[in-house]
Design a protein around this ligand. Structure first.
Ligand code: MRU
Length: 336
């Protein structure tokens, strides 16, 4: 196994063991989820999050539905209805549909339950390999120095070493990394809670910053590159990622700091032309008016909570995938 593998999910024949990310970094609580409803709840409440991770969990949710009701093996309409229910749990990350659809296709060819389990597990193992390749490709092209990242794109968000955080880990191994600036990622603090948790484990030097500090840091020449993950990449290279990503990209563009996106090929949605068509999840206002369950304002405060934003392709220097490093305008040419 690879050095940095930290497993946040484990697969049993009758359940998924999941590290509850809402409790990190204060407590390491493992959940045992034995049906699709429980996995949907975990996805919706961000107990598991990050596009590749929810893709695998979605695939496993459909396996569990089949395990709990063998009728789904032979009833295509019910199988597709169940698949759509799971896919609907969060709208923005295309990887969720990707993972569920892989299982639907496989069931079209094979109705042996053990083989379906093995298939889902093989998707998980493949993701580990894919992320290793992304890390190698990314670490070659990023400049040496200090890197700013947003949200969490590590082992908690993607099997193996992660996507953007995998690149950062590889840069650290190659001694190309000075420091990681981790933006805290309001409202749910994936940066402060989860990315810091992962960097601490690997003893990688970092500084936590508030999200709004990135422009100031870039102005002071403290950031040599920005790297983030993606939830969905349109055919023109426009990229949906955690809310706040676009603001970092704007600042990076203004100060000529290269801005990179790292994601598996499965995050590219060739069926849509531009970022305009990417569905953006809107979440409960309760997340905005609180910080870690404490109210930060009066509880009747009106609030708006978009979970993702779109970074236009023109602000992205390159998209780093397992197959290679591409300028956003090359993405469409990758469709085979
Ligand atoms: C490798 S994870 C890539 C993205 O999914 C990640 O950057 C992100 O935006 C996650 O959002 P989240 O709401 O925490 O699921």
């Amino acid at each position: 196994m690879h050095k940095h593998i930290f497993e946040a999910m484990k697969f049993k024949k009758d359940s998924l063991l999941l590290l509850d990310q809402t409790k990190l970094p204060f407590e390491e609580v493992w959940l045992e989820l034995s049906n699709a409803d429980m996995i949907i709840e975990a996805i919706q409440n961000l107990r598991v999050r990050g596009a590749p991770a929810i893709g695998i969990c979605g695939a496993f949710a459909l396996y569990l539905s089949i395990y709990n009701d063998n009728k789904l093996l032979v009833d295509e309409i019910s199988l597709k209805r169940e698949a759509n229910r799971i896919k609907g749990s969060r709208p923005t990350a295309i990887n969720l549909s990707w993972g569920v659809d892989k299982v639907v296709d496989f069931v079209g060819k094979c109705i042996n339950l053990n083989e379906i389990f093995d298939f889902v597990y093989s998707l998980y193992l493949q993701e580990i390999e894919i992320n290793e390749k992304i890390a190698i490709n990314g670490a070659k092209v990023l400049p040496e120095g200090s890197i700013l990242t947003h949200c969490n794109t590590g082992s908690l968000a993607a099997p193996g070493i992660g996507t953007a955080l995998g690149v950062i880990r590889k840069m650290f191994q190659m001694r190309k990394l000075n420091l990681v600036y981790v933006s805290e990622t309001r409202p749910l603090l994936q940066g402060a809670r989860l990315t810091v948790f992962e960097l601490e484990r690997d003893a990688i030097p970092y500084k936590l910053i508030v999200d709004s500090a990135s422009g100031m840091l870039m102005r002071n020449f403290m950031v040599d590159a920005v790297i983030v993950g993606a939830d969905r990449i349109a055919a023109n290279g426009d990229t949906a990622n955690k809310i706040g990503t676009f603001m970092h990209a704007l600042a990076a563009n203004f100060y000529n700091v290269p801005f990179y996106v790292a994601a598996p090929m499965s995050t590219i949605d060739f069926s849509i032309a531009t970022g305009e068509e990417i569905p953006i999840e809107e979440r409960d206002k309760a997340e905005v008016i609180r910080c870690m369950s404490s109210l930060t304002c009066k509880d009747d405060t009106s609030a708006l909570n978009y979970a993702f934003d779109i970074t236009p392709a023109k602000f992205i220097k390159a998209i780093i995938t397992e197959n290679g490093v591409y300028s956003p305008n090359e993405i469409l040419t990758l469709l085979d």
